[in-house]
Design a protein around this ligand. Sequence first.
Ligand SMILES: NC(=O)c1ccc[n+]([C@@H]2O[C@H](COP(=O)([O-])OP(=O)(O)OC[C@H]3O[C@@H](n4cnc5c(N)ncnc54)[C@H](OP(=O)(O)O)[C@@H]3O)[C@@H](O)[C@H]2O)c1
Length: 432
Amino acid sequence: MANKKIKIGLVGFGTVGVGVCKILQNQADLIAKRSGVEFEVVKVAMRDTAKERDITLPAGAATTDWQDVVNHPEVEFVVELMGGTDTAYEVVASALKLGKPVITGNKALLAERGEEIFALSEQHQAPVYFEASVAGGIPIIKSLREAFVSNSVVNLAGIINGTCNYILERMTDAGLSYQDALKEAMELGYAEADPTLDINGWDAGHKAILLGAISYGFLPDPEKTYVSGIEQVQLSDIELANKLGYAIKLISVVKPASDKTIEIRTQASFVPQTHLLAKVDGVFNAVAMQGDEVGDSFIYGRGAGAGPTATAVIADLVDAAGSAAGFLPYNAGSYTVADIDETETAYFVSLAVKDEPGVMAQITSHFSEQGISFSGTFSNVDPSSPDAAMNSVSFITHKAKLGTLKRTIKGLESLDCVTSTPTFYRVESFDS
Ligand SMILES: NC(=O)c1ccc[n+]([C@@H]2O[C@H](COP(=O)([O-])OP(=O)(O)OC[C@H]3O[C@@H](n4cnc5c(N)ncnc54)[C@H](OP(=O)(O)O)[C@@H]3O)[C@@H](O)[C@H]2O)c1
């Protein structure tokens, strides 16, 4: 049977866009043999057509006007790889209105404006594919949509921002300060020139929203999800975590909180060193998924870069060519995002204290008044210097609601014997 021929247009010809064109050129025979489809790139938009890009496009394909791509009569699929949420929205919306399937790697666009985009997708019966938008080369969306189609997700936790994972690893292994580790990540090209969205947690936060959408068929409201980053992580936190058998990782958690709510949160957490996620180092990403039938599953790989991300884009192109249904919210209205204060984990809490009699009793009775009990208590006692001052104490609590912990911490701050704002981390147990 003759191969299907599909003409595509790209908006964005940077790291990922060039990667897609290179793979389509280099692996054309393999792709055609496996999928029965030959893709031809007919139009590509970029800001500067004179820029050197280490690849040659067909004559007349390059343009600076995205409308030349979207409105080109021969372009059947539009691949949006420019990033951002304004012009990129126009690109995607215009393509969908013309009934053209869209393939994108733009997590920020889908997380922030998914409602409008998926409404247009449904209205114009033009699917949207976005495998590349979450964890680059890890086929997590395909896994959730296809391989795990028969399972409910009872717990999903992932390391889905390589920049933060690299910084935390360098702080852990080389003892670098947060600032030095960030500087190194930028010098090595692992962090963007403006790394704000990585380190404040929102890059992972956007991806967690998409994982929630795929897993539970609703579009989570970004403002109701919880996101914090790694800027506040101190070297001393990491050292103490390691001593206690934990690693500190930026973890995104997506799981049911009740029959009607889904917990969606991203933050630096304590992860038991025995858990596979604690062993994910460098710029790698990984997702641990627990399905009600399949049990535990773990997917690991490169979350960014031209090759991995372009691989995901091309998998979507092949799906689109086979008319597989893109994502449409199939359960709209059935879930909302869980109130973060109602979500429960154990916590590691650390506070600076005065060295005077009765300090521990005051602090522990304050916790117990709030109904929080401990599984461990630690102080900086050095057995070889029993007379040294005790100036900080740390606790690992049993599970409690975040709202209760926050109230407890507020109360601790007002105790005379407490000399710093207590810091806390969630201790992840990865259960359902
Ligand atoms: N890089 C990764 O590893 C990775 C991984 C997963 C997802 N993604 C996502 O993939 C998308 C692309 O990322 P990237 O790293 O490839 O970005 P990039 O290297 O910055 O490339 C962006 C491209 O868009 C073009 N562009 C920007 N504004 C434009 C406009 N108004 N009209 C036409 N072209 C315009 C730029 O043109 P010029 O080249 O002329 O400046 C450039 O070619 C983003 O949504 C990103 O979040 C990237």
